[in-house]
Design a protein around this ligand. Structure first.
Ligand SMILES: C[S@@+](CC[C@H](N)C(=O)[O-])C[C@H]1O[C@@H](n2cnc3c(N)ncnc32)[C@H](O)[C@@H]1O
Length: 230
């Protein structure tokens, strides 16, 4: 467990709802509502924070919310108790996911992989606990490809990361590098705020993350080509 990151988010927990709950949450409400409406089956929600997103979750699901910060989890607890389904919380670092391979149908994240110390390793851990063809759904802010936003985000990043997230990451590329197949990337604000939909590939070749699975022998690709904007 990464003590520095945990302490940083413990410190941020006190004012988190005040800072994020007003402007940001109101602004992204419609995008997030549609995004979370895709939740199905057994879901892992990585980095639940204070639980601001729980109000968007469709009722009746089995959801595990994890976070590295106890203070965040404390704040999330009443929102979890108010959820009309089976939601549990765990103090757990995404790098150290201890679930058996293939446990979850879906993994959701929301402003998470801007904060995880080693995003590719964290995403590989996520891929391991997804069922074959299980879905990864992310609402994330990232760096930009376009001037001047790319330059500004790079310049501001050393300050931003002291008290909060990194603001210049290439999360789409990190998802690819972690071995996911991209399905769709939708931009919500410029190319900075986006939703990413990817799937854990079915085992077509021997996969070190899923050694128990027998590779399928298929001639044709399993997935359609990624859509525009990837
Ligand atoms: C920007 S906040 C987002 C919280 C919440 N998803 C939201 O949007 O309101 C980032 C969260 O990631 C959590 N976090 C950072 N690194 C983590 C890790 N390695 N494993 C689990 N959670 C982590 C922090 O404790 C914090 O709650």
């Amino acid at each position: 467990m990464d003590a520095l990151t945990r302490r940083k988010w413990d410190r941020a927990a006190g004012a988190f709802d005040f800072i994020n709950g007003l402007g940001a949450e109101r602004r992204w409400w419609p995008v997030k509502h549609e995004f979370f409406s895709a939740m199905r089956g057994k879901v892992l929600f990585v980095a639940v924070g204070t639980g601001l997103d729980i109000g968007h979750f469709p009722p009746g699901l089995e959801i595990v919310g994890i976070d590295i910060s106890d203070k965040m989890l404390e704040k999330a607890r009443p929102r979890v108790e108010a959820y009309a389904g089976a939601m549990t919380l765990r103090h757990l670092d995404v790098h150290d996911l201890d679930y058996p391979a293939g446990t979850f149908d879906q993994v959701f994240t929301s402003c998470t992989f801007c904060s995880v110390t080693d995003p590719v390793r964290g995403l590989e851990a996520v891929r391991r606990v997804l069922k074959p063809a299980g879905e990864l759904h992310m609402f994330e802010h990232t760096g930009s490809r376009y001037f001047p936003f790319n330059a500004l985000l790079h310049l501001m990043n050393p300050i931003a990361r002291l008290t909060g997230p990194e603001i210049n990451r290439d999360t789409v590329d990190n998802v690819r590098r972690a071995g996911f197949d991209l399905v769709e990337v939708r931009h919500a604000f410029l190319d900075v705020v986006k939703t990413i939909h990817a799937v854990a590939p079915s085992p077509r070749v021997a996969d070190p993350l899923h050694p128990e699975q027998i590779p399928l022998q298929l001639d044709e690709p399993l997935l359609v080509a990624p859509s525009d904007g990837l």
